[in-house]
Design a protein around this ligand. Structure first.
Ligand code: NAX
Length: 337
């Protein structure tokens, strides 16, 4: 059989790690016929939790699981990594300013980027889940000059799936009928979930919304006052209702991101991922921003070209990009990139 794919998961002893590990090991991410070797990276306080998860992985006896290593050493963790899922991050503590948060995360994603640069496999692909995800990915990428920029991505697939879920409920259609929705910009409250090109069973979503909600103006009000803020604030809603942050849905979105990147988006239309901008849609080159993307498999995202953005869409995208520029300038001033 083939050599296993080596997958490094940081923060593997945390909540999302716990939900992610079992689905990766079961073959849900890369296919049930692809053996995987997992490398779990934690900080010393998280090691026991990761070791416990490793014991449970053994107990699940997954046929696709070729091995599990647990370590608090980044060089060991990323050695030969084909995929790096950067989940562990420093959360915002009480009274923490944005600069403190960016600096604390720079202290994590800088060294991890360097370890990826120095130790990962030549074909390594990286997805950052830990927040602030886009700017953490920017920092990791800047610390890995020998790795092609397009290998660094950040997760906006959860936002994408949240938007699909909301739209399916509003239109009373199966979620599988929906295609070509886009999350633009930052994985933050400024993100822009855009339905203007989306279709449901082949019909334009803007038309269906107008039909269902009583006209074009009512549809636009729904988008501005309900849909967009609810998607952007869904993480807070989950915390309010569940009493704990999004975990299983975040793990599921991470699986979907890597699955589609490596195996292709097929005939399902596009999805959303934060990738290093090539200047498309006026997003400054080098920023890690969410775009509509497709993949033919093999780990190459392609930004969907040539979409028309109306004034509303350009305004929303511009606001989120301005936030990304601010974050970039802040980490630059801190000497992190
Ligand atoms: P947890 O606090 O449960 O787990 C984080 C784990 O990371 C802990 O076990 C901690 O010990 C570990 N860790 C911290 N620093 C580390 C380092 N330098 N190296 C290795 N491990 C380290 O958080 P969890 O709920 O799992 O969330 C993880 C991250 O995902 C958070 O930053 C969270 O904000 C982010 N999220 C991102 C989402 C997205 O869509 N991009 C959605 C879900 C989630 O909010």
């Amino acid at each position: 059989s083939d050599a296993p794919v080596t997958i490094t998961i940081t923060g593997a002893g945390g909540q999302i790690g716990y939900a992610l590990l079992f689905r990766i090991a079961s073959g849900a991410m890369l296919g049930a016929d692809v053996p995987v070797r997992l490398r779990l990276l934690e900080i010393p306080q998280g090691l026991r939790a990761a070791e416990g998860a490793a014991l449970e992985l053994q107990d699940a006896a997954f046929a696709t699981l070729a091995g599990v290593d647990v370590t608090d050493d980044a060089a060991t963790a990323f050695d030969g990594a084909n995929l790096a899922l950067l989940v562990g991050a420093r959360p915002r503590g009480p009274g923490m300013e944005r600069g403190d948060l960016l600096a604390a995360n720079g202290g994590i994603f800088g060294p991890q980027g360097r370890a990826i640069n120095d130790h990962a496999a030549d074909d390594v692909r990286v997805v950052v889940v830990g927040n602030p995800a886009n700017t953490n990915a920017l920092i990791a990428r800047a610390s890995a000059p020998d790795v092609p920029a397009e290998r660094f991505t950040a997760l906006t697939r959860l936002d994408h799936s949240r938007a699909l879920g909301q739209l399916a409920a509003t239109l009373a259609v199966p979620v599988g009928d929906l295609r070509d929705l886009t999350i633009w910009g930052n994985h933050s409250a400024t993100q822009f979930p855009d339905v203007s090109h989306a279709t449901a069973a082949g019909r334009p979503v803007p038309e269906l919304l107008a039909e269902r909600l009583g006209g074009v103006d009512a549809a636009q009000r729904h988008l501005e006052d309900e849909f967009i803020p609810r998607v952007a604030r869904r993480g807070a809603e989950i915390i309010e209702v569940r009493g704990s942050s999004s975990v299983a849905s975040a793990a599921s979105a991470t699986i979907d991101h890597v699955h589609d990147w490596m195996l292709g988006t097929g005939d399902r239309g596009w999805t959303s991922a934060a990738v290093v901008s090539d200047g498309s849609y006026g997003v400054p080159e080098g920023l890690v921003s969410s775009f509509p993307v497709t993949s033919e498999g093999g780990g190459d995202w392609r930004i969907v070209p040539g979409l028309e953005l109306d004034a509303f869409a350009r305004g929303r995208l511009g606001a989120s990009v301005a936030e990304l520029v601010d974050e970039r300038d802040a980490v630059r001033a801190l000497g992190l990139i």
